[in-house]
Every structure is written in C-alpha cells, then in structure tokens.
Design a protein around this ligand. Structure first.
Ligand code: ATP
Length: 492
C-alpha cells in the first residue's frame, strides 16, 4: 500500500500517534496535506515552534514543545485537527512531553477526532508511548518512478539523457529516497553539465556511502569469481542453476518456476562459506549486501525489529540483489530457550519475511554451528537448500593450492609438486592451505630465493597447526550432526 493510503486509513481508524520515519520533511508535508481532508493542522518544529501546519505561521511565540503539548492537552483544541510534530525525538526524555502525548493519545483512542503525526529521520520513542504509536516508513521509489524523476530533473535543467543511460541510472538509483536521488542528480550534473556513463560510478559510490550510513547493511565489492573457489562443486553447480533462473527471472516466473529464496551454507570455519556468498553475487550479476546482525540490535524499544524491517525494505528496494547474512547462529542463537524477547521477535520477523518473500532478494546465510540454530529455520519453505561445507578432500586441496599459488607466483606453479603437498595436509581447512602458501611465499622472499619451491611450502606445512588439530573433537561432532540431518554436501 502506498504511504498516503496507509496514513489515511490509520487516521480514519483512530490510530492515535503515527510515526513517519523519514528525513524528507517537505515530501511528508505533501502527503499529510493530501490526507487531511477538511481538517486543520497544527505543527511544532524546533525552528518555528508552535505554528500553523501549512503556512508555518507562528501560533503563539516562544512556546516550547512541552508547553505547546500542555496547552493542546488542556482543552478540546485538537478536535478535528492534525498535530504534526518535527524534531520531537530530541525531547523524549522530558516527562511533560511524554505525559501530554500520552494524554492526547488516550483522548484520541476514546473518540477525539484528531491525529498526532510525528515526523523524524530518527526512530526513537519512549516505552510509555509504545502502544499508542504506529510506525510508517517512507517508500523507496520503484524503477518507473525513478525514471520519471530523472526525466523531470533533466527537463528542468534543460539537459538530455540517452535511453540506455536512463535505464542504467534508474537501476543504479534503486534503494535511494527521492531526496537522495535529487541530490545525486545535481552532483552528476555539477562536474560537466551533462549526464554521462561516468556518472554511474558516482552514483554507485554515493549509494555505497548511503547504505553504509544506514548502519545496518554494507555493500561488498565483487572481486571473487567461481574459479577462485577450489572444489565445492555441488554447491557451485546448484548456484549456477539458480543464477540462470535469477538472470531471466520474469521469463522463469511466467514459465511457472518459483522465485529463488536463498541458501543456507553451514559448516567448518575457513572452508569457503564467505567466499561462496561473494561468488554468488558475481554469478547472479547483482550487488552483494551484507547484513550486520550486531548492528541490528538497538537499545530503544522496537529499534531492533525496526532495523530488521529497514534492512529488509532497503534490500528489497535494491533488488535484484544478494542479501548475505553472516554468522546466522550469532543472530538467532538461543531463540528456543534462553533467547531474550528481542531475539525471538527478530527471528519471527525474519522467518515471516523468508516465508512470504516475493521480491528478487536472494538470501545467502552462512553459519558455523548449525546446532545453535532454531529448527524452524531449517524447515522446508524457508531456504531452497541447505549445504554442508566440510574440510576439503584431497582433490579440493589440490585446487585450493593451485588457486593460491597462482594468485601470488603464477610462473612457479608448474614446477611445484602439488600432490606431495596434498598428502601432507589432511585435515587442513581452505584458510589453512592459503595460510601455508602465504607463509611459504614470504619465507622464499626473505631467503632471497628467485622462485617459490615445493620445499618452501613443505616447511610452512611443518610449522602449521591445522584446524582439525586445533578443533579435533568439535569438528567430529559437527560433521556427525550434519550427517544426521542429511544436509547436501557442497563437495562432490
Ligand atoms: P568462517 O566461518 O570462519 O567465516 P568461511 O567458511 O566463511 O569461514 P572463508 O572466509 O570463505 O571461510 O575462507 C577464508 C579464506 O580461506 C578465504 O578468503 C580463501 O582465501 C580461503 N579459502 C577457504 N576455502 C577455500 C576454497 N574452497 N577455495 C579457495 N580458497 C579458500
């Protein structure tokens, strides 16, 4: 539902306080005006104080928020009126503000024909008001709306834009608000007075900045390719199949194919799970967004769920994309049992989204210890598949050695006896093998050798404690657990 319709239906149904989370105040003013009908509007904001909503003309000079609310609380001043509050979050530690808002909210719940609308770019409210507040999030414009905005901007500035560039630009702007798009369009024109393909880089960089500022999602640059993963052939094959669906998603859906939901990749640390998440985005030819679960957890009431909702909305607005949730078990550990209320509610939001998701946001979740995850997450219908990544077998170790030697000493590869290295590295993780190569290359350099040799690498192996040496028992338990659950093996 569009935000104006949502707002109108909340007001008509007598929801007492509506919190619009946005920094586009002018746009929000327009939306509020469109749903006011014949009602009058008051506003309080930090700059003008208590004023008339549309004209911003001062009602009573020098009235602070607390005094304004006290005044409006006292009589029936608010009958058939809207009260719009801006910058109010700065005053939520004032008991008068909280008490007056609560009193007004109760009056509205009891039939007073009025609405309080809080507009703020920061989502923060006191616990006492929680049950009176309904949150509305500004929509991100879809690709067609973005195109219209670019065309209107170009017309206003009297510059032209080629169709192909319009298509690419509108795609690149997905996930940004109208306000941010306008700013970027102005910046794109500022350097040379026209729209060119070089502006796409500016958009991408700025978008990365804005996504970072959201504080919850991170846009990861794509460097890794399928050839950089040694082994894990089953998983790569499966991802390749899904990428074919994803790349022609409209045709696939029309044909009756289900929208791909996502994959859970679980298993031994340092064996390529993160690598696979990165390669998936490369294979699907879409951006990779990493969700930082640590940053999701907020300290105010409702903040964590709201952050989760924000991350999901942002990812959906940017879609098609990959949403990578790293260390999933850290986020949802303890949901069954010791988990606190917030974790359980967060988990609920995530599960419902996974279940009902129709957008082209493909989730790649990675986890080390699946025993800590709630079983609901692994039920059919959440992820398309769950893969287990174990320690690399000899064939895989051979490939991992080749990849990492080639990366650093391409010309020395043919003279190195990889088979002898493979037989000495039973129980090594992919990260262990990479570590051995890194050490050997450094030693070769320090020794003054002109090339990397088998001996250098053998020496590095002798000085390494492999993952299975360090975590022997827990690795055996983990692999038993995965076997019992019949997860698909990522390796052939
Ligand atoms: P963790 O659970 O500890 O985050 P992970 O399974 O996600 O580990 P990665 O971060 O993907 O492991 O791997 C660590 C590094 O080890 C990678 O950057 C990569 O260089 C190397 N590596 C691991 N597995 C492979 C592999 N199969 N092929 C090539 N390199 C690998």
């Amino acid at each position: 539902m569009k935000i104006d319709k949502e707002l109108s239906s909340y007001v008509d149904s007598g929801f007492p306080i509506i919190y619009i989370n946005s920094f586009e105040e002018t746009k929000v003013d327009g939306i509020i005006s469109s749903v006011m009908g014949g009602r009058k509007g008051y506003e309080w904001n930090g700059a003008d104080g208590f004023c008339e909503f549309k004209t911003k003309q001062s009602m009573i000079a020098d009235k602070g928020l607390a005094e304004t609310l006290k005044l409006l609380c006292a009589d029936n001043e608010l009958e058939r009126k809207f009260l719009v509050l801006k910058d109010a979050h700065l005053y939520f530690d004032d008991p008068t503000v909280i008490n007056c808002l609560k009193a007004i909210a109760i009056k509205i719940s009891n039939g007073l024909d009025a609405a309080v609308i809080i507009v703020s770019s920061i989502l923060k409210f006191p616990k006492e008001l929680e049950k009176f507040i309904t949150i509305l999030e500004m929509d991100y414009p879809d690709q067609n709306e973005i195109k219209e905005q670019i065309i209107a901007f170009a017309k206003e500035q009297e510059v032209s834009i080629a169709d192909a560039l319009l298509e690419e630009m509108s795609m690149a702007f997905k996930g940004l608000t109208e306000f941010e798009i306008d700013n970027l369009l102005a910046a794109a024109l500022a350097d040379d007075g026209m729209f060119t393909r070089s502006d796409l880089k500016l958009i991408f960089d700025q978008k990365q900045q804005m996504i970072m500022k959201s504080g919850i999602l991170e846009m990861i640059p794509l460097k890794e390719r399928p050839e950089d993963i040694g082994g894990l052939e089953n998983l790569k094959l499966w991802l390749d199949k899904k990428s074919k669906v994803f790349k022609s998603i409209n045709k696939a859906i029309e044909f009756g194919v289900n929208m791909p939901k996502g994959v859970l990749i679980a298993g031994v640390p340092g064996c390529g799970k993160s690598l696979c998440a990165k390669v998936t985005a490369q294979m699907f030819a879409v951006p990779l967004l990493r969700l930082d679960m640590g940053k999701i957890m907020g300290k105010y009431v409702g903040e964590s769920e709201e952050n989760m909702r924000k991350a999901i909305t942002l990812a959906e607005a940017i879609s098609p994309c990959i949403l990578w949730i790293d260390e999933l078990e850290k986020a949802f550990a303890g949901v069954n049992g010791t988990g606190n209320e917030v974790t359980v509610r967060l988990f609920g939001t995530f599960l419902t989204w996974m279940q009902e998701k129709t957008s082209s946001t493909f989730v790649v979740a990675t986890a080390n210890d699946i025993t800590k995850l709630p079983p609901e997450l692994m039920r059919k219908g959440r992820f398309d598949e769950i893969f287990y990544v174990g320690l690399p077998n000899p064939d895989e170790r051979k490939k991992i050695f080749e990849i990492h030697i080639k990366k650093r000493r391409r010309n020395d590869l043919s003279s190195i006896d990889i088979s002898s290295l493979v037989s000495k590295t039973e129980g090594y993780s992919g990260a262990d093998v990479e570590g051995v190569v890194i050490d050997a290359v450094e030693n070769a350099f320090v020794d003054g050798s002109s090339a990397l040799t088998t001996e250098h690498i053998q020496r590095a192996i002798e000085n390494t404690h492999s993952l299975s040496e360090i975590m022997k028992e827990s690795l055996t338990n983990l692999s038993k657990e995965y076997e019992n659950r019949h997860f698909k093996s990522a390796s052939k």
